[in-house]
Write a protein that binds this ligand. Sequence first.
Ligand code: SF4
Length: 349
Amino acid sequence: MKKYISRVVKVGPYKLGGNNPVRVQSMCNTDTRDVKATVKQILALEKIGCEIVRVAVLDMEAAKAIGKIKKQIHIPLVADIHFDYKLALEAIAQGVDKIRINPGNIGSEEKVKAVVMACKKNKVPIRIGVNAGSIEKDLLAKYGQTPKAAVESAMKHVRILEKLNFREMLISIKFSDVPLMIESYKLLAKKVDYPLHLGVTHAGTPFTGTIKNAIGIGSLVNEGIGATIRVSLTGTPEDEIKAGWAILKAVENRKRGAELISCPTCGRTEIDLIGLTLKIEEALLEIEKPIKVAVMGCVVNGPGEAREADIGVAGGKGMGAIFVKGKVIKSVKEDQILSTLLEEIEKIK
Ligand code: SF4
């Protein structure tokens, strides 16, 4: 399949689609009306690389909170709205950067028009989001719960917006079944040229959900499909951002921060390497320098195997040998490995 190059749609300061970077996004799980808690969560997400964030807008109070939230954050904010066009109008008035709403569910043509006019006036794009569970009954009867039905459903919404001469849209088609998700996006990419928002819906817990998303999102991004991704997990939004970045880095689509290389441990390991690696991974999330860090269980193979790493540690008996570019520079006690590594990382230009 030839590379899918979509048209470009602007979301806040970002250009999505075309040859622009694939952006990582997540969704808050706070009550949007609770501005303080929502802002706190978004600021924490920004620190670990969240580039676009979505909030659920369930009522007018939530829609009105958008302006206050926007003032305190630094990344584009998306309002997730179902059915109620008044909430969309209020979110737009409050300065939201994008809305997720399915035009076919808004109701009368007048209401759809009102939302589209407000979006045009304020340069707010719309994401159409079809989920396997939300496919219309007539399409289900005709095609079953298949990629064809999902794509047809998305196209119904697309045509409504195109009829109103509105093309600032992104589209998602989410299945929890990975092969169906992949097939749907590929089918959609043959029919439209809009930027695509990728995700596997209801993917499960961070462990299985990340695997499902990695296969679904990862294989599509690897083929050039996808403008933005959201890894849905039954976990925290932080888990989603971590997974999103890990997926994009694994398919070498984006670079951000440190790359961690760690050994699988074996009978030669004499420190708590698994615990240490998890702590280092957590600490590296906030480091934006593009460095390679190696965490190895032993001095026999450690420094040699991780020679290309900028910095690393090789465990010994209750201690760790800190090495830079494959050469041991000092040895420290096990409880000082983490802080020493972070200090050394700090020194790297
Ligand atoms: S680096 Fe050492 S401890 Fe780790 S797997 Fe290799 S031999 Fe075992």
